[in-house]
Design a protein around this ligand. Structure first.
Ligand code: URA
Length: 433
């Protein structure tokens, strides 16, 4: 293939044929194309975009670049998953996966690590002593068929094209292309062999997509293409202006997720978890009506069964259950804990998730460079939410840090994150569409 011709055609706004796109993906995986040419091509796609047919071909070619999971046919136990574009404190996958398994779904949840200021499910799970997220596809299949759930990282054999392209996009400023994001996310989800998928596309200060309009366009692109590819998909656009829940940081989010599995915890987290579970029930024909399905999901959470599924999953994936229980009982694990207190009485009208996310990453909960090791125990808890009433001196957030210096840096980074006003503020609904 004369790859330069393809780069020039895309640069000039032309379209590529299915053969050309499939050939591109094959050669990327074979390592046959120079990195500078692949980078130039990605930049041309970012500026010129792809039409529906090109985007679909790219997504399917990336899916087929590696192993695609296959499942025993069983109409009573549909194979489902969820994907979130990510945010601060977004721990939804942790309670949702066991809840779905408890509702009778099979859930091969293949997740990623933190990216930028957004946390990653694998980093959170790996804060559980002994828990392994690196399983072979044979073991994933076994766990999902028997227990209904496995929460793991992508195996080496799955979607190699995305691994290569994503690493290049990361260093060439070509991540924010709607076409490339769509192909990247869906190639991985389609490789799970799903029957239904629910998507949580975040919008707001700490999201990839800052505006509702951008998030809606991405949601439509993802939902439309996934449905065309035979996976019944529904996308929700939800807010990411303030953190989700009241904790952010790997282990601290596990603690809050366990609270949710106990039928407790923050209302916004529970609402989103139940909404996504309810949607999958409707999508797979197990319920007619979203409101009723949300009620069923909430009742299931309160039954304690999803918590039992979670505990069995931890055991199956190697967790040291004694160490886990001990850790869960400790209020504080990081060496330094400091509280930030409200200077005034009133109602919280802003909790800036971007500032908290940047401070979180600097504390060590996320990565400043790829290859950095994350600190499982640092982060924030007891975070107030928009709409909370506070008195002067009340805690706005508690900081868990590795050192006094790190805590002081975080305090100065989040100095402008909180705003308090005299008049009451409406609590915003988590779910937007
Ligand atoms: N998540 C992905 O997996 N890929 C993207 O391109 C963006 C977010």
């Amino acid at each position: 293939m004369a790859f330069l011709d393809l780069i020039e055609r895309k640069r000039d706004g032309g379209a590529l044929s299915p053969d050309e796109i499939q050939g591109f993906v094959r050669e990327v995986v074979a390592g046959a194309l120079p990195r500078e040419q692949v980078s130039a091509f990605l930049m041309a796609v970012l500026f010129r975009g792809m039409d529906d047919s090109e985007r679909r071909t790219l997504t399917l070619a990336m899916r087929d670049s590696g192993e695609v999971l296959a499942w025993t046919p069983d109409p009573r136990r549909p194979v489902v998953d969820k994907h979130s574009t990510g945010g601060v404190g977004d721990k939804v996958s942790l309670p949702l996966a066991p809840l779905l398994a408890s509702l009778g779904f099979r859930v091969p949840m293949i997740s990623g690590r933190g990216l930028g200021i957004t946390g990653g499910t694998l980093d959170k799970l790996e804060s559980i002593p002994g828990f392994s997220t690196r399983l072979s596809s044979e073991r994933i299949r076994e766990l999902v068929e028997v227990d209904g759930v496995a929460m793991v990282g992508q195996t080496d054999r799955m979607v190699p094209a995305d691994r290569i392209l994503y690493a290049l996009r990361d260093v060439t400023g070509t991540v924010p292309s709607r076409d490339l994001i769509t192909a990247s996310i869906l190639s991985k989800k389609l490789a799970e062999g799903l029957e239904a998928l629910v998507l949580d596309v975040k919008c707001g200060a700490a999201a990839f997509m800052r505006t509702r309009a951008e998030a809606t366009r991405l949601a439509e692109s993802l939902e439309g293409l996934a449905n065309q590819c035979g996976v019944g998909t529904r996308a929700f656009v939800t807010r990411m202006d303030q953190p989700l829940g009241r904790s952010a940081g790997n282990w601290l989010e596990v603690v809050e997720s366990v609270e949710c599995l106990r039928g407790r915890g923050p209302a916004d987290l529970r609402e989103l978890v139940c909404c996504l579970a309810g949607s999958l029930m409707v999508q797979t024909g197990r319920a007619d009506d979203l409101a009723a399905a949300i009620g069923v999901a909430a009742g299931e959470l309160d039954s304690g069964r999803p918590l039992a599924v979670w505990q069995r999953m931890l055991e199956r994936q190697g967790a040291d259950m004694d160490a886990y229980s001990r850790k869960l009982r400790s209020d504080v694990l990081a060496p330094v804990v400091q509280e930030v207190r409200s200077p005034a009485s009133g109602c919280v009208c802003q909790v800036d998730a971007r500032l908290l996310g940047e401070a979180l990453r600097r504390l060590g909960a996320g990565r400043l460079q790829s290859g950095d090791v994350v600190d499982p125990e640092v982060g924030f808890d007891r975070i107030v939410q928009v709409g909370d009433s506070v008195s002067a001196g009340d805690v706005l957030v508690r900081i868990h840090a590795r050192s006094e210096n790190a805590a002081e840096t975080a305090i100065s980074q989040i100095a402008n994150a909180f705003r308090i006003q005299d008049s009451p503020v409406d609590r915003e609904a988590v779910r937007i569409t």
